[in-house]
Every structure is written in C-alpha cells, then in structure tokens.
Ligand binder design. Sequence first.
Ligand SMILES: [Zn+2]
Ligand SMILES: [Zn+2]
Length: 351
Amino acid sequence: MTDAAPRPVKSEQLQATDEIVEVAPGVLRTQLPANITGLGHVNMYVMEDERGVAVVDPGLPTKESWTALTERLSRIGVPMKRVHSVIVTHSHPDHYGGAARLRAESGADIITHRLFRTFYDPTEPPDVDAEELALMMRSPFDAPPWGGPAMDVPWQRRVRLAVGRKFPKLMRVPTPSVRLNETDRMKFARRDWMAVHTPGHTHDHLCLFDPETGTLLSGDHVLPTITPHISGLTAHGDPLTLFFDSLDKIGNFANQISIALPAHGTPFDNVGGRVQAIKEHHFERLQKLRDTSADLSRPASVMEFATHLFSPRAQGAMADSEAFAHLEHLRILGDFERRDNSGVFEYVLKD
Ligand SMILES: [Zn+2]
Ligand SMILES: [Zn+2]
C-alpha cells in the first residue's frame, strides 16, 4: 500500500455525456455510452458538409448506444437520411456497432480500411491468404497457440458467437461499401482526408488525416492516456513490430498534426510526445520480461510471464495474449528462445 490518494480517472474511462462540441472546423465530438473494460464511452465524430454528414465510429451494437446516437444526430439537426458516410476505424464492435443500421436507414456508405473484417464476417477481405484467414477466423474459445487455457466464455456468449457466425446479419455486422487503400483521399467536412493504414491494435486499423487543418482521426491507435491492447492472437507473427511501425508512421508527420481526435477520451495535441510515451510503455514491458527471465533463470510459460507484467486485477486471457505478443517480439528480435514443452510454449532469455 502506498498513499490513499485516489487514482486520477483517465479520460477514456469517463461515462458518456451528451455534450456536442466542435473540436476541429466542421467536426463535432459526440459521445456514445460503452461500458466495456477500461472504457466509459466511444467518441462518435460528426463531420458536416453540403451533402449532410459523415459519422466516425458509431458505437456498440446496443439499444442504449443507438438511442444515444439518434438523440445526438437529432440535436445536431441532422435527419437520419442525411448521413451519407459512416467511417469505421477498425473491426471492434464499439466502433462498427451502429454502422449497418445507419446504412440500412440512410443508405450511407460504410468506409473502412481495405482489410476490414469482423469475427463474424463470412466475406473475405481482398488479398488475404488462406493461413491469414484461418487465424482471423479463430474462435475465442479455442485454446490459444501458446498452450494456455482457452478463454472462459460464458455459454450465452458462445451461443451468440456461433449463431452470429452462421447468420452475421443478426449481429448487425457491417459490410464495407468503400475499402480504402493507403493514401486514398475522401472528402468530408468540405476537405480532403487521407487514409493512413495503422496496423497493430488490429490489422485493419485506419486513421484519417486532414493536412489542411492538421486534424488526425486516430481511432484506437493513439489514445490520450491509455495504450491500446496488442493481441497475440493474430496471423501476424509480430503485431508489436507492426504497432511500433504504425506509431512511427504517425510520429513522422506529428509536426503537421495540430489535433488528434481519438475514439475514446478527450482530443489532444502533442501527438509526437504521445507516440513516444506509448512506445516507451512497451519498451518498459519488454525490459520487464528480460529482467523477469534473468531473475527466474529458467524457461517460463506465457501465463507465468503475464503475472509479472500485469496486476492481479488485469490477469486473464487478454493479459496472456498481450504477454505472448511481447514475448514473440523478443524472440523474433533474437533476445529470447522459445521451446515447446508438450504443447505449452516456454520462453527464456538467451545468454
Ligand atoms: Zn479497438
Ligand atoms: Zn475502441
């Protein structure tokens, strides 16, 4: 126990308010309720132009979120049919949840990165090979590749997942009508936005940048105070390297970014400083793994390393998955060795 001072609340964790604030020219920030691990809301940005509005990340597929969404739009004074575009930054339900319904009611385009694909989606994104697809189709209740326990998924959720995979329409899974490639441009809020592919948090993560006003829609890639989850359950051997590269990609033009509009938490400037801080957070975790292995001086499982990286409250499948991503990064760097102990991966620092 240290002192009794309460932990400062992070802006990503705050409950959604019904505030509507112009955060960049022609771009309004609204908040939709989302009580999921570590989060209290999703920012839905609304960008106005002569055709109507484009919205970014229309929240969870819940009734509560939809009610808030329609309330925000009506207070802005936009009838549903004036929504011409729905931009979804990546394939997590708190970002795509309202997209299919918005399209059904307004005929809006659904705009994503080219590789966008949800867990339920029966369609394949273009240019994905069979192995990649097999991993993208992983069921969360399969045993993870590192030999740990399968995620503890309650039966109700298992049924939902199984039904959802058979009938994705029931899950309100959106089908993108526009899939963007790197540097593609689209007009929203009367100016050109450029697509920036930022894989790491998910492989299909998309940021949009408007060079005219220096506005970056940063999704979950760069958040104001928390770091996004980096999952080891991915087809890409080293998602952490992808994430670092995507952070550097943003860092390289951070001097042109005057404001970042994240999917959770308050908009922020000093994007370069934030990118550096997120990288340092992961460097510290990597060093912690090296130190732990040196202290143990024996091979240890992903689950054991995870207990050294995360607080007891944070233990579980997500912590294991993130520890796995970090250990694989160190193995690929050549710092660690991996052995297979009857189906359980064990890692040890090389001498
Ligand atoms: Zn996400
Ligand atoms: Zn999110």
